[in-house]
Design a protein around this ligand. Structure first.
Ligand code: ATP
Length: 371
């Protein structure tokens, strides 16, 4: 799948931008704050219907405008037909995503069809931040790989939200506040779903781990042993029973304290937590290896290489890691690549040996044009 062209209207710091893209490498060059990452984020929207950076869709509407549109035209080598994906949002309304002008009823139906992988300096947040960040990362990857997993996750989260509403309605002993029969009915559906999610995540990790370890070894010359394990209260336990055992506590705290929404992926280096043990450089390699493994799994699943978005790699990665990434670009491990940098000469130097077709774009204060 190749993104042939990209068009933006009132997206972040862009008024109106349209660009024809290379099927090989696309370089967005411009000063800090000019709008390079915003272009990658627009592509992320086309793939995953949401920003990689901004938590709220509404904040992606250009300041003082009342809507945004991101439109991409895709081609593939299996069919001559082009496909148009458009994401739009009007202030105060629901976001719409269309495929060839047909709106998706559910965003979930789009997920996984146009895969993209973003490698960004913020990837090490996966190591430094809490379990929610890691769970979201792996859930999003698994959702792109397996639609059934996404459906189960959506159902689980919806039941969990309903359960938490019940818990907030009143204290455990408050007969007016809550309906215990309703809680038990929710739990009856929640328990098997939670147990399945945990089992699917555990099974996924078995496939993902060796791919991740191979990429880490290649990036870091195999000096350290890296490991990912899965931590869940539900492994080897009966979730239905745990829900009952924790019911009183859940009422007091007004939230669900056990379940698949509390699971974590544990990152280890030489058997110690990466967060406290690994150097900054090792953490960067760890995070890039996570993303390269993601790329490889998505590519294998779709028989179609994901779009690769490389944000600020020259500024924030050392020469060795950049060289490794560019080797992968050069030997065409990747398909279509988009990268950002502040310095055209440096980009040209780094890409001197890359033979795939390259287009360079100058980004200036919310405008973008071919160099
Ligand atoms: N909703 C919005 N309306 C207007 N401007 C916005 C909006 N959201 C973000 N911006 C602006 O976009 C700019 C940031 O763009 P972006 O992150 O793409 O920069 P960049 O070129 O990647 O910079 P760097 O090299 O520092 O990473 C900032 O100036 C920010 O104020």
């Amino acid at each position: 799948m190749t993104l042939d062209s990209l068009q933006l209207l009132f997206f972040k710091n862009y008024d109106d931008a349209a660009l024809r893209l290379s099927p090989g490498l696309n370089c967005f060059i411009g000063d800090n704050g000019s709008g390079k990452t915003n272009l990658l984020d627009a592509i992320h929207y086309l793939s995953l219907t949401k920003s990689a950076i901004t938590a709220s869709d509404a904040l992606c509407i250009k300041q003082d405008a009342d809507f945004f549109v991101v439109k991409g035209i895709f081609s593939s080598n299996t069919t001559p037909d082009k496909e148009t994906i458009q994401v739009s949002l009007r202030q105060g309304q629901k976001k719409t995503v269309t495929h060839d002008k047909q709106p998706y009823e559910r965003m979930a139906d789009h997920i996984g069809r146009y895969p993209a992988v973003l490698i960004s300096p913020y990837d090490t947040d996966l190591i430094r931040q809490g379990s929610e960040e890691r769970r979201k990362y792996f859930d999003s990857l698994m959702a792109q790989l397996d639609h059934a997993f996404l459906e189960q996750l959506i159902s689980y989260n919806s039941l969990l939200r309903q359960r938490n509403v019940v818990l907030k309605q009143g204290g455990y002993s408050n007969a007016h506040g809550f309906d215990r029969d309703y809680l038990l009915a929710l739990d009856e559906q929640l328990a098997p779903l939670g147990q399945q999610l945990t089992a699917l995540r555990e099974a996924f990790l078995i496939d993902y781990l060796p791919i991740f370890q191979r990429h880490y070894e290649q990036l870091a010359d195999g000096r350290e042993q890296v490991m990912l394990t899965y931590k869940s209260q539900l492994v080897g336990a009966d979730f239905a029973q745990l829900l009952r055992l924790n019911e009183r506590k859940d009422f007091v705290l007004q939230r669900s304290t056990v379940g698949a929404h509390r699971d974590d992926f544990v990152f280890l280096m030489n058997e110690l937590p990466v967060k406290s043990y690994a150097s900054q450089g090792q953490q960067k390699s760890f995070a890039i290896a996570l993303k390269l493994a993601q790329f490889e799994l998505l590519a294998a699943k779709q028989h179609n290489k994901p779009l690769l978005l490389l944000d600020d790699i020259f500024d924030r990665l050392d020469d060795k890691r950049i060289a490794r990434l560019l080797e992968l670009v050069a030997d065409e491990t990747f398909g279509q690549v988009f990268l950002t940098d502040t310095n055209l000469e440096r980009t040209d130097q780094a890409l001197a040996r890359v033979t795939v077709p390259i287009l360079r774009f100058r980004v200036q204060n919310g405008t973008v044009a071919p160099v």
